[in-house]
Design a protein around this ligand. Structure first.
Ligand code: FAD
Length: 435
């Protein structure tokens, strides 16, 4: 058996570990167009903030490839997949045969076609090379465009380095896809308290500067700057797949079955490049977060090595607390109407509780928890995660779940009723929440 993996990040590395848990001997080649191996993208903002040095970004030890008998091809882009000959072709013209192939190519940062976007001093933040570029940029003033998780983390990192930072978001509030307006207002206040000028509902129209960026022009103002970070999202990196004839789903990601296999036998896909089943939406979605990529890579790897394993589905969860200094977690749907597959007869319910510094909202679909937002107090996050994952009907327990002090005895009947559905770890997670 010859394994080839394209992409050496969360999904790719997790797949290697799963394969090697079954098959220690077969040749395994990893191709990554990034030269730096085994670093966690999640930690790049800390690198930019000068809070973590490069070695501390690694999520596996330096001898990982040796230990796992992997031949790494770093800084090497795969240009083409030939399905008939079962080979991949690299940028330098070499050909590598495979019996089982994994596409773990992740997402490409979206670069909006704003006039002047090609100017020096403007960068996305996805790769280590991007992070180094931003790290090495000199200047006093920065603009971050896009107030999603990466944008918010980037602007706080730059602020921690002492820069004057403006955060610009064209939608109505910060973190628009992961928090609702009310939670976002608390988070925005924290961002502003850090000294970051935050502008929402305003669009970047053009960049000025003679070669090097000097300002961002919006519908309302001119923001002077020495650098710009573009953080407006990612889209699946499907370039290889488009020419190979592997099926793409309606959301633009690679379509896979429950075993993470694509429409072509022996070719698997995992991570940000795939569309997979989302438990809260009851439909496919692209949940571009690290833990989902790891789990999908694991399932793909097991199946590639011959052990049947099914992907149960997942849902989005985002935590921003480390950066803003107030714990904030959101998971699943953020509001009732964001469900893309609402059908007749489905009823949604939103329950909220707000104090000056805390906020909690639960979103239910037909009595089942499908989303939760917690700001300020996040102790119940583990419990809500398990209840969403296990699709538990919580309609009789809303007051218990919303109460300030969750009492185990009050929740016991619900746990008892569903005891068979919790694994030991999940049960422990629930217990921990009550302590
Ligand atoms: C700055 C930042 C902060 C983040 N913070 C969080 C967080 O706090 N929590 C969280 O859950 N998620 C976070 N994420 C998202 C998380 O990093 C991704 O969900 C995760 O990395 C996806 O892993 P992946 O293996 O699918 O793909 P990726 O990590 O995107 O890796 C894919 C790799 O494949 C390579 N590749 C692509 N095409 C080719 C080719 N043709 N040939 C060779 N190599 C190729 C790419 O260059 C890349 O190295 C963050 C992302 C960024 C950028």
């Amino acid at each position: 058996m010859r394994y080839v993996i394209i992409g050496g990040s969360a999904a790719g590395i997790s797949a290697i570990e799963a394969i090697r848990s079954i098959d220690r001997e077969s040749p395994l080649d990893l191709f990554s167009d990034e030269a730096t191996p085994l670093f966690s993208r999640v930690l790049l903002p800390y690198y930019i903030a000068e809070e973590l040095s490069k070695p501390l970004l690694n999520f596996r030890s330096g001898d990982f490839f040796e230990q796992n008998r992997v031949t790494p091809h770093l800084g090497m882009r795969v240009r083409q997949i030939s399905i008939d000959s079962k080979t991949v072709q690299t940028q330098n013209g070499d050909s590598q045969p495979f019996d089982k192939l994994l596409l773990a190519t992740g997402g490409n940062p979206i670069v909006p076609p704003i006039p002047g976007i090609e100017k020096e001093g403007i960068s996305t933040l996805k790769t280590m090379a991007d992070a180094e570029r931003i790290y090495n940029l000199k200047g006093r003033k920065a603009v971050v465009i896009g107030a999603g998780s990466v944008g918010v983390e980037s602007c706080i990192s730059l602020r921690r380095r002492g820069m004057e930072v403006t955060l610009l978001e064209q939608l109505g509030h910060v973190l628009p896809t992961v928090f609702d307006e009310e939670a976002a207002s608390i988070i925005r206040k924290r961002i502003e308290d850090l000294g970051i000028k935050t502008i929402t509902g305003e669009k970047a129209l053009r960049f000025t500067g003679n070669g090097w960026v000097k300002s961002v022009i919006t519908d309302n103002r001119k923001i002077e700057c020495d650098m710009v970070v573009i953080a407006v999202g990612v889209k699946p990196a499907i370039e290889l797949v488009q020419t190979a004839g592997i099926e793409i789903g309606s959301l633009g990601g690679i379509r896979v079955n429950g075993r993470m296999m694509t429409s072509v036998p022996d070719i698997y896909a995992a991570g940000d490049v795939t569309e997979t089943y989302d438990i809260t939406r009851d439909s496919n979605w692209i949940n571009a977060i690290w833990p989902c990529a790891v789990e999908q890579g694991r399932i793909a790897g097991l199946n590639m090595a011959g052990r049947e394993a099914l992907y149960e589905g997942s849902f989005r969860r985002n935590s921003i607390g480390n950066f803003i200094g107030v714990p904030a977690i959101s998971m699943g749907l953020t509001q009732a109407e964001t469900c893309s597959s609402c059908e007749a007869g489905e009823t949604f319910q939103e329950i909220k509780r707000r104090t000056r510094d805390t906020y909690m909202k639960l979103i239910l679909k037909n009595g089942r928890l499908v989303g939760a937002i917690l700001v300020g107090q996040i102790q119940k996050a583990g419990l809500f995660f398990v209840l969403i994952k296990k699709r538990i009907d919580v309609s009789d327990y809303l007051s218990v779940l919303m109460s300030r002090d969750l009492n185990f005895m009050n929740l016991l009947p619900l746990i008892r009723r569903n005891a068979g559905r919790f694994t030991e770890t999940e049960y422990k997670e629930i217990m921990d929440t009550m302590l």
